[in-house]
Write a protein of this length. Structure first.
Lengths: 455, 455
């Protein structure tokens, strides 16, 4: 006998057994359903691209992490490290046929050879949606609504969408004549929580040559608190006289009002209480330096803010300038699938199950296989997923299997029951059993199962 | 301005724009739903594996096609070329926690650097399902039922599942004392349609040293015709006295009877007429030489048999013998997603649409954005997917967009309609418009939309 090959996965990669994959598929399905409910359409691109496409605009960091090699034809190729670069290449190539506005979603794997500390994996899934080819604020508003609907549908508990407009800080920088120091300012402000106000002031002075008065105003913006309206009014004052800043405040105010209107469609209804503080103006949210230009957002879970943003995005002016002269503005965001999954697990909000079927049929009357199969067909025709145990074994062993797997109901039916036209419906959660008629099209039995599943 | 990078995909790879991706997602969703209705559970494995895992049992052909390279840690790695090798590695590693029977499905991409002629792509998706750890015929029967349910749900028109049992030909070969020539015999018989009986006889004599009588019996088996029962009876006669052959016939007979019973669950009902010839004993179906050991099947579309099998599989004795001493028998099959998609396209059975939403709301009363957003929320809360055009433009332009994209309904509502509490519901298929009340929770409007969508 030849020696066995040790079965193992690569470092930084993982298998998804059913207990992990079932909730993962549920999140993906939910994202698809919500994206589709706004008319976003699925698209996909190859996992492998020409290396020059992927290196086009990458940072040193992503370039280093890129999986790259020569293919059979001697071409330099790489595995995509995000879904944004392939999207840019895709729209540059196809936008004429697609037309605008082009609304897409893409749920697909990306690969990064990163350090595997901190629970990061080298293959992970992204769930992006974007509206391309329009500068209308409607698309920004819709991005916020999609994230609100998506996280509501995912039962993550209460959450906060932190919304900002890049124009506000940019406007203040223009007003303070610090635009050419934007990167240094943003880097310093970003450390506020970590190192405190005094050291940020020091850094602003050192790296951005900011005066004390300039630092005061910058810190005043990031320190805003209170209601959205109050904060917007103060931001308006801070940026007064600067066109970029005023436009940023105006757009953000309009977007927040529209979201509020859309979430409380009845004129007579107020916004539901749980949603009243859900969408917050957050002047410190920036999302990277170069790419985003308008509204930006991040989303945190109120019960677990430390895990970071689970859905982020924003507006950009020009998606595909590496590949086409056509200016393609857009707005989009991404659900952090793996982070969200980890959070739901930590919060105990994931259903523990290793089955996709709710109903289990044990097989213990050995000569009755065809009768069991008929029963299963009846239930599937009624839309009930059912697993039939393949081997005729002792009932007890099969019920152990059913409990371990997490079925909701077992249908106990042997020779006597088949002959009598009845079936024992066992609720595996409560342990209760009930005898129900099993005749004709199994109508009574189906009704009983549906009533248990509806509980 | 720096020079633009030409946007292009790699040879053998392709983008999936919405018109292709929407039906693709529909097939994937349908496969998931059907697999789940039998209790198969999702799982996934990494796209990249240690090279030694992938090379384990590969043929020279797959080895040549493998995408392989050195990763950042100097490890030899490769992109999976099918889902069977990763499954074998996965169960060898995890079967203790998973327990048996282990029922899984996996829908994922695989990569092969093949010749790109004949419309083959170097990245394509496989949709596999398997039951592992049981030798019970129940699992074989279920495989046939799953394929029947799946193709029925996919509206492919009528189809034929060609079922065989490897024991029947193996039994005849044993009886004829030709077991050690099995490969040569199979290769020769496989050419029957292409080169005709005379040349097959010649090849059997040359490569397998078959006598004229032996060739008669082999050709008699592959030439069987008539009802399943008649063919099985003849196969029984041909293999009489040989245990392997008799077991093959008996198992196939039992499986076909069980499938027939399961498909006509009412004792008083006959199998529906369209399904009566759907599942056929096909003594020439073999599915490769080494891997399968019991029941095997292929599936063809009656309207387009030339495209080949769209769903194939069978029973194997030992899935993971390269990685573990534990014997893991199983049975499983795979849906040929891309082939099926090509067939549906050729048959004109794919819905032509580039939208995921059924309802379109044009935006032409410029000051009413929040009112439009409220309307959209009402509909989404009723489960109706709706796209709101982002820019206030002339109605005509927006309806052109709606028609091009393939929406079913447009809701035409301007200042007058908002004030009057009504909405024009335009059926974009018929061109008919109807004025419907839009008040309170949009109840009447939702009912009208649902009645059009139900048509």
């Amino acid at each position: 006998m030849p020696e066995k090959i040790k079965p193992r996965t690569l470092k930084g990669f993982r298998d998804y057994p059913p207990a992990t994959m079932i909730p993962r598929e549920w999140i993906i399905e939910t994202a698809r359903r919500v994206y589709r409910s706004y008319g976003f359409c699925p698209m996909d691109t190859p996992s492998l691209e020409h290396l020059e496409i992927l290196l086009g605009n990458g940072s040193e960091e992503t370039d280093k992490q890129l999986y790259r090699f020569e293919d059979h034809g001697g071409r330099s190729v790489g595995l995509r490290f995000d879904l944004t670069v392939p999207l840019a290449r895709f729209v540059a190539q196809h936008i004429q046929e697609l037309g605008t506005p082009y609304k897409r979603y893409q749920i697909a794997n990306v690969w990064r050879g990163e350090n595997t500390q901190r629970g990061r994996y080298r293959e992970f899934m992204q769930c992006d949606f974007d509206t391309i080819g329009t500068t209308s604020l409607s698309a920004d508003i819709e991005m916020i609504l999609v994230i609100n609907d998506l996280l509501s549908a995912l039962h993550v508990g209460e959450f906060t969408i932190h919304v900002n407009h890049r124009g506000i800080l940019n406007g203040l920088l223009e007003k303070l004549d610090l635009s050419n120091k934007a990167n240094s300012v943003l880097r310093a402000l970003d450390k506020l929580e970590k190192i405190g106000e005094d050291r940020v002031r020091k850094e602003l002075a050192e790296t951005a040559e900011a005066t004390s008065d300039q630092a005061d105003q910058l810190l005043a913006l990031t320190a805003l608190a209170g209601s959205n309206e109050a904060m917007l009014a103060e931001a308006e004052t801070l940026t007064a006289g600067n066109e970029t800043g005023e436009l940023g405040v105006a757009q953000l105010r309009e977007a927040l009002a529209a979201v509020s209107a859309a979430l409380s469609p009845e004129a007579q209804d107020a916004l539901p209480p749980e949603a009243q503080n859900r969408i917050q103006f957050a002047p410190s949210v920036c999302r990277g330096l170069d790419y985003y230009t308008g509204i930006v957002l991040e989303t945190t879970l109120d019960e677990l803010p430390s895990i970071g943003s689970v859905a982020s995005g924003g507006r950009y002016d020009n998606l595909a300038d590496l590949y086409t002269k056509q200016q393609l503005p857009g707005v989009g965001a991404s659900l952090g699938l793996d982070r969200l999954l980890a959070a739901l697990e930590e919060l105990g909000r994931l259903e523990q199950t290793s089955t996709t079927a709710q109903v289990f049929i044990p097989y213990f009357a050995a000569d009755r296989r065809n009768d069991y199969l008929k029963l299963a067909t009846h239930l599937r025709e009624a839309g009930i997923a059912v697993e039939f145990y393949p081997e005729a074994k002792k009932l007890g062993k099969q019920l152990q299997y059913a409990n371990r797997r997490g079925f909701r109901i077992a249908l106990v039916i042997g020779d006597d029951e088949f002959d009598a036209g009845e079936c024992q419906v066992k609720d595996l959660t409560t342990g209760n059993s009930k005898t129900v008629a099993y005749t004709n099209h199994a109508t009574a039995l189906i009704a009983e199962i549906q009533s248990i599943l509806a509980k």
